[in-house]
Design a binder for this molecule. Sequence first.
Ligand code: URP
Ligand code: ZN
Ligand code: ZN
Ligand code: ZN
Length: 496
Amino acid sequence: SSSKLLIKGGTVVNAHHQEVADVYVEDGIIVSVQPNINVGDGVKVIDATGKYVMPGGIDPHTHLDSDYVVTEGIDDFFSGQAGALAGGTTMHINFVIPVNGSLSAGFEAFAEKAKKSCMDYGFHMNVIKWDEDVEKEMEIMVKEKGVNSFKFFLAYKGRSMVNDEVLLKGLKKCKSLGALTMVHGENGDAIVEGQQMMIDLGITGPEGHALSRPPVLEGEATARAIRLAAFVNTPVYIVHVMSIDAMEEIAKAKQAGQRVIGEPIAAGLALDDSGIFDPDFTTAAKNVMSPPIRKSGHDKALQAALSTGVLQLVGTDHCSFNSTQKALGIDDFRKIPNGVNGIEERMHLVWDIMVVSGLITPSDYVRITSTECARIFNIYPRKGAILAGSDADIIILNPNASFEISAATHHTRSDTNVFEGKKGKGKIEVTIAGGKVVWEGGELKVVRGSGRCCSSLSSSLTCCRYSHAAAFAPSMKQGLLGAEVEEESEEKERHW
Ligand code: URP
Ligand code: ZN
Ligand code: ZN
Ligand code: ZN
């Protein structure tokens, strides 16, 4: 029947190992991985000879169906996921925005929005203020909803920005819950100053966005978050690392033994700031995101850091808008909705930039696009691996074919693409999600409502509801005042 599938003769790549083998799938689950599997009639066979068979991508950072500040993003769960599947990503973790300050109301709203899903997903929670209710709700999120990662913003003053006191309370609360603290590292107070300086100079175009929030402000806030996490002695995850300044703070902390996770995104690895300085408003505005896409050199440094493990996994920060929405800021860059696309493009770009270039191996590629995310957010080995018992979320990549990115051919909704015209080697020819072939021969066959929420509470193949950041970032050897620190409870309980 159609629920049985055999992928023959490909090179099966996991984060730990690669070998030529067949992969047999039944009812959405990988049943066996070994050479020369023989099956009877009625099984769909896909020939993967000469191609790579890899775990579907997991995007740790998306904003589907999200209303950030100016206007609603253009991709909902269905359109964003359709694009994702066409680009080889089979799961994403989306940020929940609280509703009227309530985390639970926000979670319910996003659970509702996600009902149209055509692929599996999980959630992180934004925390944008602090009181007793928030603390209680964080506990409910972890214990009852399986959401064990909370993002704090050091930018967006007057909206979602939190001060150091709230970040510290958040770090402590996350530590007590076994959850992971995520931080947007940019100094929101200084950015407001920078923006006013630009306006006073008469710089109102998109370039003002980049000029008003330079790398030094990303370095400062990232360093502050890392040091406050050291003070609390808990891991911290820095989202969308865009600059050398932030990356070097992460490198320094890791060198010293601190558990810090750094997430670069597709746009930061593949682009430089030439786009935002383009004289054409539409072109410039589609490049507006925070932290900004940096000048040439930062991209290469982030790639190098990713290849050596200073940075650990790649997201997209997919938060896409139409050109008409971007045009809300035609007279004032502060009103341009912030965000770029990437959920559909990440897997191809990272293959080309990192593997084809020779910076990393295919196994490294699987680790940074899938496995590491599954480990950190506790969905491994249900996802992030091609192993018997894992979900059949699989891609087949032809290393000899090529890709080209364009808004004219992408599957997400925006009328622009920040990666317009990018070409490269390596083409994802087949995507299998939940055991079903959803992308093959350039055709997308997705089913609205087929995606499942994969919180750590709903997975039979995960060990507990906690974040495993502690286990997958280098362990901290020294705590406060140089005292030797006891093993974290997560490690003591031996979840693995
Ligand atoms: O510009 C961005 N990054 N928009 C999405 C919200 C965020 O800060 O991640
Ligand atoms: Zn952010
Ligand atoms: Zn984001
Ligand atoms: Zn565990």
